[in-house]
Write a protein that binds this ligand. Structure first.
Ligand code: HEM
Length: 479
């Protein structure tokens, strides 16, 4: 079958000016995403400097890009630019060939059957944070859920006892994540990618030695080169702090004969089934920081939205409340099957406010999509938020309705109409971990306290879809 050229794909409206749609994304991501929901039934072409770009917004095409042709659509230069200093070649940012070996090695650490041991530390961290709350006081729920998930990340990842956001690790992570959120996409990022693009174009017609020089140059250009001004200095300092801590934690562990049941122990023991090799020091550093970053802010944001949505929907709140109150004590791994309404509420919060609301791929070779020829380097934007608000897959899409996740309702929808964790081989490795954490922490919080929102929260799309200005709540201790 002959393929149509990419230019035959109809263009999303707008996209004027020098930066085209990337300018719109930089200015107001929510407006851009709402437009994708309205206008893109399957795929649209975007106007972006120097590269071809499309956005896809249909389960079939999401399946084609992320599952069937995952090898052809790799992580994008833009993503790697914004996260490279922090996450290096960790699972989230690595290109396919590096990623494949490392995912194979790390996957057993996240096997659903082996996650139950983390239930107890998860609930314990939530209990420690709520023990500091005062009855009938006002809290910023987002700050509190972040303290909980950061403590959980510290405990489950490297058995660190009190890892709260007051620590310099927490501060350094916040700086690095904010930099990534503000700089992808930004005019600076596009200048960087432009330089990278032209080194590629210039080298495409050259001989072998030039090719190896080009590869060296391109590696250098993976992450940001010019870190100037206050922001740049802060980022460099933050990365140095994180490197120092990770080095210290790994060195301490290597000289500690005690057995640890955390993820670090699993990473240190990981062996490639093909050649028997282990993760080297740099790869270990990249994976630790990746898991730390990928794991805590996402879940903290989802937890805060979930409680906010429940508090604005009393019937749904009552349903979950009855369920968690029926437990005989603090929630445990064995209680998870008794908490289906809690899980449904968490999944529905992930639909309405998917923390990873916009990501991208880039064609690693000439390929195809929905009958169109897709040239190498074409950027493919994917927005779980745009997909989750489509009225044809989600009637009354803006309404909080956890019953959408009853088993028969889930079966009646295409699987990829819901993709808060992505899909295919690069699906979130921590999805089961996050769902379990969501269920257990919600169960503890709703058993212990009653939450009343002080106002209406609005999403602020930066690195994740956080509520703008936090989430003020009044809390009351329950008997
Ligand atoms: C509600 C919480 C979470 C959400 C919404 C979320 C979302 C995502 C998404 C959308 C991706 C795929 C991105 C892409 O395809 O480009 C991803 C990948 C990833 N996530 Fe999560 N995540 C969450 C929690 C976690 C947790 C708890 C961990 C680890 C403890 C984690 C670790 C990772 C890693 C390592 C990857 C890269 C996987 C790979 O490419 O092999 N995430 N996550």
């Amino acid at each position: 079958m002959s393929l149509l050229p990419i230019s035959a794909i109809s263009q999303l409206s707008g996209g004027h000016g020098l930066l085209g749609h990337s300018g719109e994304i930089e200015r107001n991501r929510l407006v851009f995403i709402e437009k994708v929901t309205r206008e893109t039934a399957r795929l649209s072409r975007l106007r972006v400097p120097t590269v071809n770009a499309v956005v896809i917004n249909h389960p079939d095409l999401l399946h084609e890009v992320m599952v069937e042709r995952a090898r052809d659509y790799d992580k994008s230069h833009l993503l790697r630019y914004s996260l490279y200093l922090l996450a290096g070649n960790g699972l989230f940012t690595a290109l396919f060939d590096t990623w494949k070996r490392n995912r194979r090695m790390i996957a057993p650490a996240f096997h659903p059957g082996s996650l139950g041991v983390f239930a107890e530390p998860m609930v314990d961290c939530a209990q420690r944070v709520t023990a500091e709350w005062h009855d009938r006081s006002q809290i910023d729920l987002l700050r509190e859920t972040t303290r909980i998930t950061m403590a959980i990340a510290g405990r489950t990842l490297f058995d660190a006892d009190t890892l709260l956001e007051s620590d310099d690790i927490g501060h350094a992570l916040t700086v690095a994540l904010e930099w990534a959120g503000n700089n992808a996409p930004s005019a600076r990022a596009f200048v960087h990618l432009l330089v990278r693009h032209f080194t590629q174009v210039a080298a495409d017609a050259t001989n072998a030695p030039a090719e190896s020089r080009r590869r060296g140059l391109q590696r250098t250009l993976t992450g940001p080169v010019l870190l100037v001004g206050k922001e740049g200095r802060e980022l460099k300092h933050a990365i140095a702090v994180l490197d120092k801590h990770v080095e210290r934690i790994v060195a301490a562990r290597r000289s500690d004969p005690k057995e640890h049941g955390d993820l670090l122990a699993r990473l240190l023991a990981a062996k490639d089934e093909v050649d028997g090799s282990s993760l080297d020091a740099k790869q270990l550093r990249d994976e630790i920081l990746t898991l730390f970053v990928a794991g805590h802010e996402t879940t903290a944001t989802a937890l805060a939205w979930c409680i906010d949505l429940l508090a604005h929907n009393p019937d749904e709140y009552a349903l979950v409340q009855r369920e968690v109150d029926a437990l005989s004590g603090p929630p445990t791994a064995a209680d998870l099957p008794q908490l289906p309404a809690t899980l449904r509420a968490f999944k529905e919060a992930l639909r309405l406010y998917p923390p990873v609301y916009l990501f991208s791929r880039q064609a690693s070779r000439d390929t195809e999509l929905a009958g169109y020829a897709i040239p190498k380097h074409t950027a493919v934007a994917i927005s779980p938020l745009a997909m989750h608000r489509r009225p044809d897959f989600w009637p009354e899409p803006d309404t909080f309705r956890p019953a959408r996740f009853l088993p028969e309702a889930e079966r009646s929808r295409p699987k990829l109409a819901w993709l808060p964790f992505g899909a295919g081989p690069r699906v979130c490795i921590g999805a089961q971990f996050a769902l379990m954490e969501g269920q257990l922490v919600l169960a503890h919080l709703l058993r212990a306290y009653e939450f009343s929102p002080l106002g209406t929260s609005r999403p602020d799309p930066s690195a994740t879809l956080r509520p703008a200005g936090g989430m003020p709540m009044r809390i009351r201790k329950r008997a």
